[in-house]
Design a protein around this ligand. Sequence first.
Ligand SMILES: [Zn+2]
Length: 435
Amino acid sequence: MKRTIVEVVLVLALICAGFFGWQSMQKGNQASTSLAALETAAKANEESLKESEKKVKAADEAIAAAKAEAEPLKAKALELEAVKAAIATGPLLQDVEGLYKQQKVLSVERQLGLGALRMLTKGSTDPGVAEAFQKALQLSDWSSRKNTICAAQIGLAAIGEKVKVMSECAVQPSGAGAESGHGDAPAADEHGADKANEHGTDKGKEHGAAKKDAHAAPHWGYEGAMGPERWVSQYPTCGNGKSQAPLNIRGPFVKGRMTVAPDYKPGPLRLLNNGHTVQVNVPTGSKLRIDGIPFDLLQFHFHRPSEEQIDGKPMEMVVHFVHKSADGKLAVLGVLLKEGNENPGIKTLWSYAPATEGPEVAPDEVVFNPGNLLPKELQYFSYEGSLTTPPCTEGVRFFILKTPVNISREQINNFPFRRNARPVQPLNDRVITEG
Ligand SMILES: [Zn+2]
């Protein structure tokens, strides 16, 4: 029995010794683990400190660079502040908005102007700013309106709207963006010298040397001492010709069998104010087929009011497309312009047409299709006529389309000539056909 008790005590002692031994081993393990963790943390701290130092250095450099860049902007910012201060009182925006409210549709340019004015007077957070620029963007048509699209995109980007500004719209340093190169190019009157041309023939032939001088005194005009009644003194055909144009178109008509088929193509826009009209010079490729015979479209130009009359009444305006065949015959296709909706084609032309006489301008990357000014229906009145400007050369076949196209009152008013139409001429023994 005694032996058994001793054995039990020994076993208990062994168990106790084992337990304490295990416990102290655990503690040792824990201590070494936390030491390793501390070492790792210290290392990490050291690294992040180095990283922070690098970042601070980079930030210092960036600040220095930004300061250098900002220096030239200070002057611009001051200018902007001055403009803001001048119009910040408010009534200008109200006036302009009030004025524009009376119009059904605003032009892209006005829409842009509104956006800019709003941004200046109300600040970029005003919801009307984004709305105005968005509207301008919707109104823009890429083929003809790169500049306005760019302006609207830059405007939206400036107020933090998410909009991609096209690479073509990169803002150029002031001075470099101005129209250059075309202004002093002397090749303005391409059609004048070598191709027959309803407007400019006289300048090309008789004053070839002087045609570079855009400010030479005009020697014929539409009123006063240089008016149509006096043209004959320098240009005999204008007074003595027997088949002069324009005509008062009135029945009875003879049935015409000629077919007219315009085949006009888009091309780079080149136009000028020649002192008598706004003329668009057309690159080669656009044709009018008369009974299948091709006539090259040389240029087109405008008269206000229309030179032709229908039953004694002129329309608000007319556009004359001037063509020439390989054997030198001239044909004019006339499209009457009637007051109505805004004409998108004319909108493009008017935005580039110089307000005063001068050389041809060729706005960068603006493409225009003369076909945009044609009506769908091609029924016509036709007659033998003449150039309607000096030297009034005869042998010109006219096709005046029966269907007019629209032009808005505002567009009529924005044409730079108040009146540039020759009065109607005697019919004599000519017949007017209808096709
Ligand atoms: Zn004409």
